[in-house]
Ligand binder design. Structure first.
Ligand SMILES: [Zn+2]
Ligand SMILES: [Zn+2]
Length: 372
């Protein structure tokens, strides 16, 4: 795709002149503006929430990727998904690790392990490196590239699950649990309805369960994302569409796993499955009482965000002396960082308040999902 017009500015840092500290060398590489996180030296925004000229998008979840920007830059691996969510945008893509000059900076995108195409944004300027994490997780996920640790001077991190109570089991343990719940239901001739977010979590579930147990169906809201994942080369098992089964045919679902978005919970759509067991897959299921309040038979603790130890080890691996927290449990994380002797602060952002995990949190602990 086209190089940005900013390309012509790149000489300013490569002029060979002796390095002389001036204002531009000490200025922060990323600052908070009303539109979003802004890089003055590159004149671009990261995941802005208001319309801007140039937006670098970490991933296609709706609190990070919004309509209205003039130019979008994102990882090539996530192009299908991003365009399926935001059709018609002007999108430039970068392979992971590919460097692009933007203004006086060099920018590259690196896997964040969160969902397909999710990136950390690495910004280099005047010998300094800042990294903005976007959302990330360290656990293995067959549907996206693994999180890449990056060294930097300053790390801008999410903190969705930045409290010591959040510790995840190994993913395989969780999927074994989902499989045995499904197998048990299938043996009793009962459908298994699993609620999870339609972008990222649903595909991770599909790619990880034992598809030999029975047929798999998806809600119509999940299918477009499945298609985008398949087009990007992610292997998913064959999945039927619930809407393609005659309404009276309940037998078709007796051995089936049905993957549906949280919004389908409590809807008339569920009647077509006859007898069913339901479950919810989310990091919020770690909270005491979350499953009961959600009104489902089972809760599986499965998140696409780093848990508390994961956040700590990811931050530590950056070697950053300065850490800025964007969303989630901001204050506990900032406090912990300062205890580690790091310079820590927070950016007020509008991330984390959409349906991504928030709808899984429901009434359980809205503060945890929407805290700035
Ligand atoms: Zn996300
Ligand atoms: Zn987020």
């Amino acid at each position: 795709m086209d190089q940005p017009e900013h390309q012509s500015n790149i000489g300013s840092d490569k002029s060979g002149k002796p390095h002389k500290p001036d204002e531009s060398d000490t200025r922060d590489l990323v600052v908070a503006r009303p539109e979003g996180l802004y890089c003055p030296a590159g004149d671009f925004y990261i995941d802005p929430w208001r319309p801007v000229e140039r937006a670098v998008i970490t991933h296609a979840h709706s609190d990070h990727a919004r309509f209205g920007h003039r130019h979008y830059l994102a990882a090539r691996a996530g192009a299908n998904v991003l365009l399926s969510r935001l059709p018609g945008i002007t999108l430039q893509t970068l392979a992971y690790g590919e460097r692009l000059a933007i203004g006086a900076t060099f920018v590259s995108l690196h896997p964040a392990g969160h969902v397909l195409g999710s990136s950390q944004v690495r910004i280099e300027h005047a010998g300094r490196v800042w990294v903005a994490s976007g959302d990330y997780k360290l656990d293995p996920d067959p549907t996206c590239d693994a999180f890449e640790p990056l060294r930097c001077d300053a790390f801008i991190t999410e903190s969705t699950f930045g409290l010591p109570i959040y510790r995840w089991d190994a993913p395989q343990v969780v999927f074994d649990g989902i499989d045995s719940w499904w197998r048990h239901n299938a043996a009793e001739g009962r459908a298994s309805v699993l609620f999870c977010y339609s972008f990222g979590k649903a595909q991770r579930v599909l790619a990880s369960v034992d598809a030999g147990i029975g047929p798999i169906f998806c809600h119509g809201a999940v299918e477009p994302l499945n298609r985008a994942y398949r087009e990007a080369g992610v292997r998913l098992p064959p999945v039927g569409l619930v809407g393609e089964i005659p309404v009276k045919d309940k037998a078709a679902f007796r051995q089936a796993l049905i993957v549906a978005p949280p919004s389908a919970q409590g809807s008339a759509w569920l009647r077509r499955f006859g007898d069913y067991s339901d479950a919810f897959a989310s990091g919020w299921m770690r909270l005491r009482g979350a499953r009961r309040r959600r009104g489902v038979d089972r809760g599986f603790v499965l998140s696409d965000h780093a848990d508390w130890p994961g956040l700590q080890s990811a931050i530590h691996a950056t070697g950053a002396a300065r850490v800025i927290v964007t969303h989630g449990s901001v204050e506990p994380m900032v406090r912990w960082l300062r205890e580690q002797g790091l310079e820590a602060g927070a950016f007020e952002t509008q991330y984390g308040d959409d349906t991504v995990e928030a709808d899984a949190a429901g009434s359980v602990e809205p503060a945890a999902a929407s805290h700035p």
